[in-house]
Design a protein. Sequence first.
Length: 195
Amino acid sequence: MLEQTVSKITTEPTNQDLNYWASRPYLRPETQERVRKAEVVLVPREGFRDQEVRTFPVRTEEFYDFLKTALSDRHAVDLAIEDDEYKELALHSALIELGGMVVLAVVVPVVVNLISDYINRRAEASAKKDELKVSFDLTVVEQNQGSARAIKIAYNGPITDFLPAILNAVAETPRVVVVQTPPPPALPEAKPESK
């Protein structure tokens, strides 16, 4: 029997903008300031199986380095965690889990294209390319004269539907303009996944 995979995408308002993440009690003041000033922030999952821990999906460090390299000095990228508290958690081998990310609306088009490029590189390095699914939460923050409005877009589905689904969801988010940009300059290849 052929299994059919359905994409699930949800969009909802959220209060988890940059100020929310910058004010987390486990961040030191200097980290809080960096997070407030960043345009792209990778955020941890808070709590796991009734434990008070903060975790990132496996390979977040690689994803973070990919974004930092691609965005270079043009856009500030940060992690909302202290180095000594950074933990990765692997749950499923046929899933590219990118975790959560908070992005200012002005850089969404560039970031979405980079994410798509990263996912495609991971897929090319995978022996299970046709079975891969993506799980990702993107919070888009629109800042306007001291106030902010945030919309969380959550995607869980096949890799083939990721880019069209995210682009469509972002396009439907008021005041966010989606523009297809050319691919970024060549970056180091993603590390092959272990089998």
